[in-house]
Design a binder for this molecule. Structure first.
Ligand code: HEC
Length: 166
């Protein structure tokens, strides 16, 4: 409630989702995706004339320098995290010091980690083609969203356990 709900809303009975766009100066995550919306107006036009923009709940795409704070329902099962999937677990999302620069996971025998909440991954020494997620590539950055860093370990663990219930 103190650190997350103003952006992500609250859940359960009487839950409220504010549906906020958060500017780049606050969120600080990789900017390539939202910048690309300014560079490809034809995609915006296509989207806003497509079936996504019709019906009872029409969507509308508007370029913005930042990202939406997504609802967190079911977040425990949708790793990897951030819009570019650069962070393998919730634990690392909420403690930026743990985020691996290069990491890989087993696509043949994928295994989920229910303590750190996300994919079991291996920290790699360096980039290795498409087999390793390389956060140093443009668009693949894992920085920003530092809101979990100020939690102590006990509170961070409690938030992660709470997120498992959504
Ligand atoms: C100032 C607004 C703001 C605050 C405060 C905030 N977040 Fe976020 N959060 C965002 C935005 C915006 C994104 C999307 C960023 C992106 O994808 O680049 C995000 C992404 C996330 C994601 C990843 C979503 C996904 O689908 O990959 C999780 C999980 C999350 N936040 C949890 C939290 C928790 C837990 C807290 C409190 C410790 C918190 N956030 C505080 C705005 C906020």
């Amino acid at each position: 409630m103190q650190n997350c709900s103003k952006c992500h809303g609250n859940y359960g009975e009487g839950g409220d989702y504010p549906n906020l766009l958060i500017p780049e100066s606050t969120i600080g995550t990789d900017s390539l995706l939202y910048k690309s919306n300014y560079q490809t107006p034809q995609f915006i036009d296509w989207f806003n004339n497509s079936w996504f923009a019709q019906g009872d709940h029409p969507a509308r795409l508007e370029p913005f320098n930042g990202y939406i704070a997504p609802p967190l329902d079911g977040i425990w099962v949708t790793a990897p995290y951030l819009h570019n999937g650069s962070v393998p677990t919730l634990e690392a999302l909420l403690d930026s010091r743990l985020r691996p620069v290069y990491w890989s996971r087993d696509f043949n025998y994928p295994q989920y980690d229910y303590d750190q909440v996300g994919w079991k991954y291996v920290k790699e020494e360096g980039p290795r083609g498409t087999a390793v997620y390389n956060t140093e590539l443009p668009g693949y950055g894992n920085y920003g969203h530092l809101f979990g860093d100020k939690l102590n370990d006990h509170d961070r663990k409690a938030v992660i356990e709470y997120l498992k219930t959504l």
